[in-house]
Design a protein around this ligand. Structure first.
Ligand code: MN
Length: 252
């Protein structure tokens, strides 16, 4: 029997019928982190997932919407005590979003401070073209051992990956990271810090938006890049998630 499947970064609330995605994850046994992009989305996502066996909601404020929604930090602070998972949060210094980078930094630094005073949080973090700045903020503001970051769709350098893992970060890997060019970076990530993700519906599989059930393919591609049997890598991923979640529980 196959180990538990993991989709640690999926925008469940952005599919046309979120409850059907939650039901599918429960039916197929896919442990899924339902990330959100604004604090306003938290109450509804909490409702959709409250009786789910496999889907957990995350409280988010996406760096790409910070320009318009920085004021929702008040809501973020209000909801954080009831949110074990945080995401999608982070920094985006790509050309389209660089104009709001100062505001993004303000928000992300505030979130790290809050996650230090509410320990035991697990954060799914976006870091486009901003890994060094992001890790600087983590070093400055996140009390060591308080909360754990999972870098989603990591696209930094090998040196940045080493620095992130020295700071205790995990990495959630999706199929876009498993092509020939970037597979090399994934091979260098510590095996005991890896998770899988789809980032659906923003990624595509055969011309349709990816779903958590597509994670089976991600696990096989990861296994082939790491030159390990699928069962072995699936077992490793399951044990990584178990460690991560247990760490959160022991700290809160
Ligand atoms: Mn995302």
């Amino acid at each position: 029997m196959m180990a538990t499947l993991i989709d640690f970064h999926c925008h469940v609330d952005l599919y046309p019928d979120p409850p059907s995605i939650v039901a599918e994850c429960d039916r197929l046994g896919i442990r899924t982190l339902a990330v959100t992009t604004t604090p306003k989305a938290w109450p509804q996502n909490r409702k959709w997932t409250q009786s789910s066996t496999h889907v957990r909601p995350a409280l988010g404020l996406h760096p790409q919407v910070v320009a318009e929604r920085e004021h929702e930090m008040a809501l973020f602070e209000q909801y954080l005590p009831e949110a074990r998972y945080v995401g999608e949060v982070g920094l985006d210094a790509g050309p389209q979003h660089y104009h709001s980078f100062d505001a993004q930094l303000r928000v992300f630094r505030r979130i790290l401070g809050l996650c230090s005073s509410h320990p035991g949080r697990i954060l799914s973090v976006h870091s486009v073209r901003a890994t060094s700045k992001l890790l600087d903020a983590v070093e400055d503001l996140l009390c060591p051992g308080s909360s754990t970051l999972v870098l989603h769709w990591f696209s930094g350098t090998k040196a940045e990956a080493r620095r992130a893992s020295d700071l205790g970060c995990y990495f959630s890997v999706n199929r876009a990271m498993l092509d020939r060019k970037r597979g090399d970076l994934v091979q260098g990530l510590p095996a005991d810090r890896l998770l899988t993700e789809t980032d659906g519906p923003f990624t595509m599989v055969a011309d349709r938006p990816a779903r958590p059930s597509d994670i089976t393919e991600t696990v096989s591609e990861l296994a082939s890049i790491l030159k390990l049997p699928v069962e072995k890598i699936a077992g490793q991923l399951e044990s990584n998630l178990r460690t991560l979640v247990a760490m959160g529980e022991s700290r809160s």
